[in-house]
Ligand binder design. Structure first.
Ligand code: SAH
Length: 346
């Protein structure tokens, strides 16, 4: 079954499920090349860079899959100082990384007004600012947006409400979706995403995830494999496979058109060429790690994360090499889907 033939672009849950379960290699390769072609048609050959600063690994949540969960007493916790965060952002801006992503566990130490101050200062570097700091109130999202944050990443992780409830005991899928709606209302570019291969996740539920991306009209979609962490209740579970992740990336590109989709660090962790392969079947964004090397190994959401001994210069050089080797173009633009351009917005 050929899913994409230019004109026909409506995918049903059944089609997506069947394509996800496809075992015939020739057909799977066809899906990947269809997605690659459609990526080129919808978002071009440019690859956008988003530099990630993992500024705190403290977390009040207890998600069963995540190494930062509060019950993981074996993890050394850290919080970067505001000054260090600003230095990292300035270093990245100097290397022409035009979007800074601030990511952390759900760390209540930081007050919203402190994060607002950070955002205001980083915006002075003339970059786009993305936040990825979890579930907050609509008022908090609004304040951060007013301070200048352009984008927000909040994965819904899985669209299966029962599975979500089991994996995230302090949240519910409906709460997560309310957060995404509040973010949209505040005027952010909104990113979401899922883990592929979660224990108990079915092919049908992946199909539903893709339909939900479309329904929410999200701007950015991060798709990575679930990787079991030894100090979590899911330590014994099987990881998500490269094939399942790449199929999900390809189908999501075909279903969503012009969204921005990173080749995630997690897919680079389960396969040394994982990110290159994701770039070749629908992805158009890379997220170099710009966290100072001293902290990287402690932001252990899953084990054996790549790039933990590199510094920002090495990560920046590595992604540039990867883009060139893939025959693509490195973009110095911010790659906004809703026309955001901080250089014009003054
Ligand atoms: N606390 C923030 C962001 C930090 S975690 C939030 O909740 O949004 C960023 C992402 O890492 C999560 O959304 C999840 O999809 C992913 N992640 C967490 N644990 C993982 C694991 N064991 N394997 C793969 N990805 C994981």
């Amino acid at each position: 079954m050929r899913l994409h033939n230019g004109a026909q672009m409506i995918y049903t849950r059944e089609q997506l499920t069947a394509a996800f379960l496809e075992k015939n290699r020739r057909k799977v390769e066809m899906l990947f090349s269809d997605a690659d072609r459609y990526r080129k048609e919808c978002v071009g050959d440019e690859v956008y860079l988003r530099g990630v600063i993992e500024f705190s690994n403290y977390c009040r949540m207890d998600c069963l899959y995540c190494g930062l969960r509060r019950s993981n007493a074996s993890l050394k916790r850290y919080r970067m100082e505001a000054k260090e965060i600003l230095e990292s952002a300035a270093l990245a801006a100097g290397l022409r990384i035009p979007t800074i992503v601030l990511q952390s566990g759900e760390d209540k130490f930081w007050r919203i007004k402190d994060i607002c101050l950070l955002v205001e200062k980083i915006k002075k570097l003339n970059v786009a600012v993305t936040l990825s700091i979890g579930e907050l109130s609509a008022a908090d999202y609004g304040q951060l947006r007013s301070a200048g944050a352009d984008r927000y990443l909040l994965r819904f992780e899985t669209s299966d409400a029962a599975l979500y409830g089991k994996l995230k005991p302090h949240s519910t899928l409906s709460k997560r979706l309310r957060c995404l709606a509040a973010l949209r209302k505040s005027g952010y570019e909104v990113g979401s995403g899922i883990m592929v291969g979660l224990p108990g996740q079915s092919a049908e539920s992946i199909a539903e995830d893709i339909l939900l991306f479309k329904e929410l009209d999200v701007d950015m979609i991060g798709i990575g494999p679930f990787i079991p962490h030894p100090h979590t209740p899911l330590s014994g579970a099987a990881p998500g496979t490269l094939d399942a992740v790449l199929k999900t990336v390809a189908l999501t590109r075909l279903a969503t058109g012009n969204t921005n989709m990173p080749a995630t660090t997690a897919v680079g962790t389960i396969d040394p060429l994982g990110r290159q392969k994701a770039l070749a079947c629908g992805a158009n964004v890379l997220m170099p790690n710009i966290t100072p090397a001293a902290y990287r190994k402690y932001y252990e959401i899953y084990p054996d994360k790549i790039c933990i001994s590199e510094d920002v210069f090495e990560c920046r050089g590595c992604v540039e090499g990867m883009i060139k080797a893939s025959g693509r173009t490195l973009s110095f633009g911010i790659g906004g889907r809703r026309g955001f351009d901080p250089e014009k917005k003054k």
